[in-house]
Design a binder for this molecule. Structure first.
Ligand code: PBG
Length: 321
């Protein structure tokens, strides 16, 4: 059966299509800005005008949705991260501009305080630097509401606080944002693969040597991922996420088998950086590993994948049809 392309095609179980791709994008203030991110070749921080241009191309490529991540001006950072729910903030303005220009492009916004806090944690901290759950949830609700008001299609809490999905859902209902979907980062691990992202949004300097072990999941755990996903679905999540991707495919499979819910997987910045470092050295073939890594994530059970390869892979898929 493997001898010929025709029979390989007939028994192929998994297919990667452009419909599976979500492209994460980084936003900065200014005009005409395209800032390189050294650890993430071919990925840029874009000002809103540049992002609107980019969005046109993404729609033409058939990419269904993008995930927005701000790198706000350092002078807007504060202890409690209140810039996160400024109706005139970077994300809120970007959402309005993108919706006006490309209404059919799905917009997913990140709900977490880390780009906005002086300490780089995802929430509000006490004097010991411990992230306080309930105070943080109250802030996340305000942030999620401001995104929904700006026109975000999907709000995606990536903070790992307890009870935030229920609180955000209730607030959205109260404000009649009945169409805003919630993508819960449910099984988000305290991973060392987020480094390049923290450089991209400018939170690594603020975080310093601190970690996120008091709220992100222990890398050693698997049953706990099912527990977390179950809670978020009960609280009203429409989609759940496993993050990172490749080192966590056993989790993806368990989550998909157990719940059968829309399951998103984040192939994170460190995974992209690793692949691209090898590609830049001529050690791996870029197109081949990009396609393979994403196909394997789908095979493990992902319905869609957040990946910095989205644009490159969408181009490849377009050329091959
Ligand atoms: C923060 C957030 C992170 C990522 C997405 N949202 C980093 C972190 O938790 O420190 C990582 C994405 C990536 O590495 O590509 N709320």
């Amino acid at each position: 059966m493997r001898r010929d392309p025709f029979s390989r095609r007939l028994m192929r179980e998994t297919r990667l299509t452009t419909d599976d791709l979500i492209y994460p994008v980084f936003i900065v203030e200014g005009e005409g800005e395209r800032q390189e991110i050294p650890s993430m070749p071919d990925i840029y921080r874009l000002s809103i005008d540049e992002l609107v241009e980019e969005a046109k191309e993404l729609v033409e490529l058939g990419i269904p949705a993008i995930a927005l991540f701000p790198s706000p001006n350092p002078d807007t950072k504060s202890l409690d991260g209140q810039e996160a729910w400024n109706p005139e903030g970077l994300v809120q303005r970007a959402v309005r501009a993108l919706k006006a220009a490309q209404p059919e492009l799905g917009l997913i916004t990140d709900v977490a305080l880390d780009p906005y806090t002086t300490h780089g944690q995802d929430g509000i901290i006490d004097d010991d630097g411990y992230v306080l759950n309930d105070e943080t949830v109250a802030a996340l609700v305000q942030q999620a509401l401001s995104h929904a008001e700006a026109g975000a299609d999907v709000v995606a809490p990536s903070d790992m606080m307890d009870g935030r999905i229920a609180a955000i859902r209730e607030a959205l209902e109260e404000e009649r944002h009945i169409h805003t979907r919630i993508l819960a980062y449910s099984a988000k691990y305290a991973s060392s693969y987020y480094g390049p992202f923290r450089d991209a949004v400018g939170s690594s300097g603020s975080l310093g040597k601190a970690d996120k072990n008091t709220y992100q999941m222990d890398v050693a755990n698997s049953d706990e991922a099912l527990h977390e996903v179950g809670i978020d679905l009960d609280e009203g999540a429409d989609m759940i996420m496993v993050k990172p991707g490749m080192p966590y495919l056993d989790i993806v499979r368990r989550v998909k088998d157990e719940f059968g819910a829309p399951t998103m997987v984040y192939q994170v910045s460190g995974e992209y950086a690793m692949h691209m470092a090898a590609v830049k050295n001529g050690w791996l073939d870029e197109n081949a590993v990009a396609m393979e890594s994403l196909l394997c994530i789908k095979r493990a059970g992902a319905d869609a994948i957040l990946t910095y390869f989205a644009k490159k892979v969408a181009r490849l898929l377009q050329q091959s049809t």
